[in-house]
Design a protein around this ligand. Structure first.
Ligand code: AMP
Ligand code: GLY
Length: 440
């Protein structure tokens, strides 16, 4: 007989799960949840062509909280797993809770960790969580004065959500001034840029630490490293992420302990002191500086593409961890990592992260190497033909005995996929490979 979760108190033996979102991260979540013995029904909204192979796609946008709530009620969804930040910041979890429905992710106040960089920095400053020194500006003249009176480089950040584009590292004073004008006067990010942070530039290796939490317990995943810049050698504009791998060897066991003790635990205590019981994923973007790990940013959800290699490398069932975190009880839940490494190479549309064209036919290889999955991000089916619909189109993700072997599989498959304008970085994982080589 199939083992099923029992919804506490209801005697209900079904576990219907809805994943909100339609990118590579959400495909990885759906792919992992589809393997769960506990899950009896899997929906995604809006999903994509890859997710449609393992879940029922519902034509609702991730930001359509009312529509999602009505759907979850009607289908008696047991657990809703929120992929992207926008619905969390807009209060999806609060609305579901008020209706007696369970959703994985922080409430609107918890999501301010990502929704307001100023709020997050001030929280860190009050609670001694290591982060770059910063100043906050509400008016353009004050920000310009500050830049005129200091020597750079200046890291300028829009306070609110800006789809990963709200940060500029300016070495020249003119560039800093132009960035401030664009954010605060021209309002290129709308209200998100009305308030800005100017912070000190930190140096070191960047890593992404993701941890699931119920507000008290932490399940920390292996460190991942993302490749945010468009071009090889970390050049060109920032993107949502062009590839990632895990574990990132630069986070040594000692540093991992420091991250938990100096950053993650103090953060949970700080949130609790604000009256926020945070349930969901804490994503800490860290710089490993000579003075120890320091926080660049917090996000309130899984990273994308980090989630793709992390979920591929995770052993066993993910559902108990998501369900437990959402209900506020992770006690007894464990997550373990399969041996070896996992990597993801993002195949993007030419022009991304600027303007790009869509609607190109995609041809996928007939067979894949073992332990390799192509996660879909910007794809859909048009009259039976798989076509591109986004900037990041596919995430070729593979596991191997080590990082080099995982990458080799990713690149074999990346080459074999075909669509007009296919673009990808050729050097994903290079820092990890160099770090490993230097240590030997
Ligand atoms: P964020 O969205 O805050 O993670 O910033 C985007 C990217 O800008 C980060 O991944 C870093 O590469 C860079 N960055 C942000 N803050 C700093 C900082 N204080 N020093 C150096 N680089 C930074
Ligand atoms: N890959 C970076 C992010 O998800 O924010």
């Amino acid at each position: 007989m199939k083992m099923v979760f029992s919804r506490e108190g209801t005697g209900d033996q079904t576990m219907k799960v809805l994943v909100v979102g339609g990118g590579g991260r959400e495909h990885a979540l759906v792919w992992k949840l589809a393997q769960s013995k506990e899950v009896t029904r899997l929906y995604c909204a809006p999903g994509n062509a890859g997710m449609a192979e393992v879940a029922q796609c519902v034509p609702l946008k991730a930001e359509d909280i009312d529509g999602l709530l009505a759907f979850a009620r009607q289908e008696e969804v047991t657990l809703t797993v929120v992929g992207p930040e926008a619905p969390l910041v807009a209060g999806l979890v609060d609305a579901f809770r008020a209706a007696g429905l369970l959703a994985f992710g922080p409430t609107q106040r918890g999501a301010m960790l990502e929704g307001s960089k100023v709020w997050a920095k001030e929280l860190m400053a009050r609670h001694g969580i290591p982060t770059a020194p910063f100043n906050v500006f509400d008016t353009l003249p004050a920000a310009l004065d500050f830049v005129a009176g200091t020597t750079g480089p200046w890291v300028i950040k829009a306070d609110g959500l800006a789809a990963g584009k709200g940060v500029t590292v300016a070495t020249e004073r003119q560039e800093a001034q132009a960035t401030l004008r664009a954010m605060m006067a021209e309002k290129v990010f709308g209200p998100a840029g009305e308030r800005v942070l100017i912070e000190e530039k930190l140096a070191g290796e960047e890593v992404s630490i993701l941890a699931l939490t119920d507000g008290r317990e932490l399940l920390v995943l292996p460190a991942a490293q993302d490749h945010k810049r468009l071009g090889d050698g970390d050049t060109g504009p920032n993107t949502g992420g062009m590839g990632a791998y895990a574990p990132a060897p630069m986070l040594t066991p000692d540093l991992a302990v420091a991250v938990e003790e100096k950053i993650l635990r103090p953060l949970l205590a700080a949130l609790e002191a604000e009256g926020i019981t945070y349930r969901g994923v804490i994503y800490a973007g860290l710089m490993l500086t000579d003075a120890g790990p320091m926080v660049l940013e917090f996000n309130c959800r899984f990273g994308d593409p980090e989630a793709q290699p992390l979920l591929l490398g995770l052993e066993g069932d993910l559902l108990p961890a998501l369900y437990g975190a959402a209900r506020g009880s992770l006690a007894g839940v464990k997550l373990s990592w399969l041996p070896g490494s996992a990597a993801c190479v993002v195949l993007a549309s030419a022009g991304y992260p600027g303007a790009y064209r869509t609607g190109y036919a995609i041809t996928l290889p007939a067979a894949l190497p073992p332990e390799t999955v192509i996660f879909h991000a910007g794809t859909s089916l048009r009259e039976g033909q798989l076509v591109t619909t986004g900037g990041r189109v596919l995430g070729v993700t593979a596991r191997g005995a080590n990082l080099a072997q995982a990458l080799e599989k990713c690149y074999t498959v990346a080459q074999a996929v075909d669509f007009a304008g296919k673009f990808y970085r050729r050097d994903i994982g290079y820092r990890g490979l160099a770090w490993e080589a230097g240590r030997r």
